[in-house]
Design a protein around this ligand. Structure first.
Ligand code: AMP
Length: 305
């Protein structure tokens, strides 16, 4: 007698791992309402998936911030990618993400299809930061990127109505814009920003690191090393932002790395400063082969807390 084995559905994979997987806004709303009725606090960790320890640290942080249930969204948001960017080749692995999310204590994963998030196609009403705060650094290199990010985060806040949402310092400008959106629009959510999780040699963890060849992976260290060396300059007494900016840039200008920006800026307004002080932001972006990487640090250390 022959037996046919049927591959488990992705929902079964999730259930086995110990996390609930939902695909629709209606399911999220029902899940949240049930827990709210019982007085529980909801935490939200928005991601694009291909999870690493940096993402998982945000789940932990949400719990530390008082969330009884932590939900994670996994959605590669087309609205935040430019026409020549890596939307199509962005790495995806939902079964593995479900395992990792579950291990970190995530209760619910919301992984909607694009049509669930944008059922009317291109949204006609979006959230756009002004040029002062949203047009420099990554906003300068990636026009329209933060419009896409803020719009999808505002939608996720509307869908989950979370008590707390956690973002990573890795994307400092993004976290700053989200905090500013919440303040300017009086959105009822606490926004936490968690420190950058790094590989042992200092490279900031990123889903995009998977694009790097062995040689590129070695070159990519130029970003964190340059931040580290510039921080040392500051600690040795250098306060002139122009000198620090040049050091940041030159530290990245090594074979195989094409620096895109090196900023010494106010951490809240993102405006360039003349003099560095405690809490000043050092931020860099560079291309390593075809891969665009970013990293940052707050003076005097690699993390604000
Ligand atoms: P992404 O999936 O790249 O959109 O990132 C989802 C969230 O994880 C964002 O809030 C990121 O800032 C955060 N994140 C990404 N990489 C790291 C990291 N190495 N350490 C801490 N948080 C991170």
């Amino acid at each position: 007698m022959s037996t046919t084995s049927v591959a488990p559905s992705i929902e079964q994979v999730a259930a086995e791992a110990g996390v609930t997987l939902v695909r629709t806004v209606a399911e999220v709303r029902a899940w949240v309402a049930e827990r709210r009725r019982d007085g529980f606090r909801i935490g939200l960790v928005p991601t694009m998936g291909y999870l690493h320890a940096g993402h998982l640290s945000l789940v932990e942080r949400a719990r530390e911030s008082g969330a009884d249930f932590v939900a994670m969204s996994i959605f590669v948001n087309p609205l935040q990618f430019g026409p020549s960017e890596d939307l199509d080749r962005y790495p995806r692995n939902l079964p593995r993400d479900l395992e990792r999310a579950a291990e970190a204590g995530t209760a619910l994963v919301f992984a909607p299809p694009v049509g669930e998030m944008y059922p009317r196609g291109e949204p006609r009403v979006t959230i756009v930061p002004d040029e002062e705060i949203g047009g420099r650094m990554d906003g300068g290199s990636r026009p329209g990127h933060f419009r896409g990010v803020l719009t999808v985060v505002a939608k996720l806040f509307g869908i989950f109505t979370p008590d707390v949402a956690v973002f990573g310092q890795k994307d400092w400008q993004q976290a700053t814009l989200i905090r500013r959106m919440v303040a300017d629009l009086d959105l009822p959510v606490q926004v936490d920003v968690a420190p950058i999780v790094r590989e042992e040699d200092g490279l900031a963890m990123s889903s995009r690191n998977v694009y790097l060849s062995k040689e590129e992976r070695a070159s990519a260290l130029a970003l964190s090393r340059s931040l580290e060396r510039t921080r040392e300059l500051y600690e040795a007494g250098e306060r002139d932002a122009a000198v620090l900016r040049a050091a940041l840039w030159n530290g990245m200008a090594v074979p195989g790395v094409e620096p895109e920006y090196a900023e010494v800026a106010d951490a809240d307004t993102l405006a360039p400063v003349e003099w560095a002080a405690r809490g000043t932001l050092l931020a860099v972006a560079a291309r390593v082969g075809r891969t665009r990487l970013i990293d940052n640090a707050l003076l005097p250390g690699l993390s604000r807390d």
